[in-house]
Design a protein around this ligand. Structure first.
Ligand SMILES: [Zn+2]
Length: 234
């Protein structure tokens, strides 16, 4: 995985998407996001994590790859049935997008969007590039497809088998701020994801940070920050 940090929003020319790594720092909320990258082995679905999120009513955003959607119809329906879950897409086959020309990037990005529309009658308006890798073409294609380009500013590291849940939680506690977008996995690749997210949600409550979907973080927090702007947020 590629760690990308830096400015909150990178403004680009007309017709280009904005590359979004976080919401406004004045926002007393964070977005917990979960990638559904395709898997070669195993269920490809962290059922205990999803059950915990549902039980505790924790809003979450999922980025589904097309290959994952194709093999997880029941699970897609479960995710779509939860009103406090949001769905975006994550490429078709989890390709390294900058290695592809524009036509192939467009196909790779748009196929899961079309799948969600045709099979599940749902529009996925958020897009996260696999590995967080992109170039100008990726940003342009996402823009012309009307997709919001969502990265992250906090990495959980949850697919790393060497990372203990205690260490992961400590790192997250240190780095999380209002407006953060955190990346996890819900495809079963995170050995400790459920335990870490469960503990983290308690920590967030203590700090007065509410877990929200990405769209809520970006849109509804902007509204309140307009009324109470903090210096240095622009
Ligand atoms: Zn991925």
């Amino acid at each position: 995985m590629c760690v990308l940090l830096g400015s909150t929003v990178l403004p680009l020319g007309d017709g280009m998407a904005q590359v979004i790594r976080s919401g406004p720092p004045s926002c007393k909320a964070v977005a917990l996001t979960f990638d559904m990258c395709p898997v070669r082995e195993g269920a490809g679905y962290d059922a205990s994590l999803i059950a915990m999120l549902m039980e505790r009513r924790i809003p979450a955003t999922f980025f589904l790859s097309g290959r994952w959607i194709a093999t997880h119809e029941t699970q897609v329906k479960i995710l779509l049935s939860v009103p406090f879950f949001e769905i975006g897409t994550h490429g078709q086959v989890h390709a390294h997008l900058p290695a592809l020309d524009m036509d192939h990037q467009r196909a790779e990005i748009s196929r899961p969007v079309t799948m969600l529309e045709k099979r599940f009658d749902r529009r996925g308006l958020l897009f996260r590039p696999p590995y967080g890798e992109y170039d100008d073409t990726t940003v342009e294609v996402a823009g012309t497809l009307g997709l919001r380009f969502i990265l992250w500013n906090v990495v959980s590291g949850d697919p790393d088998p060497r990372l203990s849940p205690e260490r992961m939680l400590e790192d997250l506690k240190t780095r999380l701020r209002g407006g953060s977008i955190v990346v996890f996995h819900a495809n079963g690749k995170g050995l400790h994801t459920r335990a870490v997210v469960e503990d983290l949600s308690q920590e967030l409550l203590k700090r007065g940070l509410q877990p929200v979907t990405v769209t809520a973080l970006l849109d509804r927090c902007n509204v309140s920050s307009d009324h109470a702007p903090l210096p240095g947020n622009h």
